[in-house]
Design a protein around this ligand. Structure first.
Ligand code: 6PG
Length: 477
């Protein structure tokens, strides 16, 4: 048997070393390399006995220690660092070798890199990996793109180390070039809206006088039903946690400024390019931006008036039920928007993504894992060209059943001064989508009035213009 490694991992920060350990735990021989050699040595000292690792201090030795065709996984900070690492590797590679980028790279960079490397005779696989540090070690959700040939080599290894639902791995080929990183980007966009709407529910409960410990119990209870998900589960943990320094609830001493690394922003930018309305995700990104806009908040706190966020509640249990239902509806709509974006991008970018597969591999291992994903998988499996998950036959009646509660929650939030941008944006999306007539007719009239932009008629084909400044006769444009 060869002494060479089955796979190499570059980048021994926590995600990279945990992924390398996960591979080793599954019986793969893993070459490891880090720009700073001491980090490689530290991984060997702490974890070297967990499997077969082949550590190297130079990139040449690292590449030479891997069997051909080589599979090399980059776990380096996304951005220029990825290009620099690829440049270092290239002179030492042989035709047919595979470089997989497991970072949160922008999918357009992945498209570029895939083309550049394919032209040189190599495979480049952009793979989204979700699950955080713990997931990388114990079983993440993995979303690879790239050539089908590269998946034949990498797929079995990635499927082995991924999370599983029964026998199903939470890893599947998403499509050519940037498809894997695109799907991961949407995962993160949904992650933003999921967290924002959980936060809005918490602020409503808080406003109604529930303590953080009580809210933690409520979230734990919700986690036993339709809302069952990792993010709801850890919300209870975070709300229950005491600050080790002061003994107060930790969440009360954390600054209320949410940061972000950019994947949510890319989701919204790309949605705008594709013309896919994802207002739940967009509001979540904007809410983070507003939370950390210190000057704006200081100016507004000094000047703007309104209710103070206290929510007056007659029946606490019905209020809690309403918030749960609103959370369910907003979550369904946010996921629906994200999946719409995947479906549309699959068509627009020629990726032909199997949307049901994306739902399937998010059922475990990733940050947005949730009971809901099995339903999404089933709906897209039954109808791969499903236009909108929220309008699916099994889903629409449930939204219909809970929409009264959703409306009450949005209006209570508005009346109480509790900002609930995702609760309300998703409701507006729902109402816009289902309304037989929307205000766009007037918009078109106005556009034609001031700029001769024309309008379509409900009773005749073609584009029409009214002579607004003259005799107001109509002509075909
Ligand atoms: C995951 C996470 C992971 C990371 C986010 C955080 O799927 O494991 O999404 O990729 O936690 O990138 O993103 P922000 O810093 O933008 O919140």
């Amino acid at each position: 048997m060869s002494d060479l490694a089955n796979v190499g991992v570059v980048g021994m920060a926590v995600m990279g070393s945990n992924l390398a350990r996960n591979l080793a735990h599954h019986g793969f021989k893993v070459a490891i390399f880090n720009r700073t050699a001491s980090r490689t040595d530290a991984v060997m000292a702490q974890h070297g006995d967990e499997g077969t690792f082949l550590p190297s201090h130079t990139i040449e030795d690292f590449v030479a220690s891997i069997e051909r065709p080589r599979s090399i996984i980059l776990m380096v900070k996304a951005g220029p660092g990825t290009d620099a690492t690829i440049e270092q590797l290239l002179p030492h590679l042989d035709e047919g070798d595979i470089i997989m980028d497991g970072g949160n790279s922008y999918f357009r960079d992945t498209i570029r890199r895939e083309k550049e490397l394919a032209d040189k005779g190599f495979h480049f696989v952009g793979a989204g990996i979700s699950g955080g540090e713990y997931g990388a070690l114990t079983g993440p959700s993995i979303m690879p793109g790239g050539s089908p040939e590269s998946y034949k080599v990498l797929g079995p290894m990635l499927e082995a180390i991924s999370a599983h639902v029964g026998d199903d791995p939470c890893c599947a080929w998403m499509g050519p070039d940037g498809a894997g990183h695109f799907v991961k980007m949407i995962h993160n966009g949904i992650e933003y809206s999921d967290m924002q709407v959980i936060g809005e529910a918490w602020m409503l409960l808080r406003g109604a006088g529930f303590s953080n410990a009580e809210a933690a119990d409520i979230f734990a209870e919700w986690n036993t039903g339709d809302l069952d998900s990792y993010l709801i589960e850890i919300t209870s943990d975070v709300l229950r946690q005491k600050d080790p320094r002061t003994g107060k609830d930790l969440v009360e001493v954390i600054k209320d400024r949410a940061l972000m690394k950019g994947t949510g922003t890319w989701t919204v930018q790309t949605a705008l390019d594709l013309g896919v309305p994802v207002n739940g995700i967009a509001e979540a990104v904007f809410a983070r931006a507003e939370s950390s806009h210190d000057d704006l908040r200081a100016a507004a706190q000094d000047t703007l008036q309104g209710p103070d966020g206290t929510v007056t509640v007659d029946d606490r249990q019905s209020f809690v039920d309403d918030v749960r239902k609103a959370l369910w509806c907003a979550k369904v709509v946010s996921y629906s928007q994200g999946f719409d974006q995947i479906r549309t991008a699959g068509q627009e970018y020629g990726w032909d993504i199997n949307v049901a597969d994306a739902a399937k591999i998010w059922r475990d291992g990733c940050i947005i894992r949730a009971k809901l994903l099995e339903r999404i998988r089933q709906e897209y499996d039954a109808k791969p060209d499903l236009v909108s998950f929220m309008a699916a036959p099994s889903v629409a009646p449930e939204l219909g059943r809970d929409q009264d509660a959703w409306r009450r929650v949005v209006s209570v939030a508005a009346q109480s001064g509790v900002a609930a941008p995702v609760f309300s944006a998703t409701l507006a999306y729902y109402d816009l989508a289902r309304a037989p007539r929307v205000n766009a007719a007037l918009t078109q009239g106005l556009r034609d009035f001031f700029g001769s932009h024309t309008y379509e008629r409900i009773d005749a084909p073609g584009s029409w213009h009214l002579n607004w400044s003259g005799d107001r006769s109509e002509s075909e444009a």
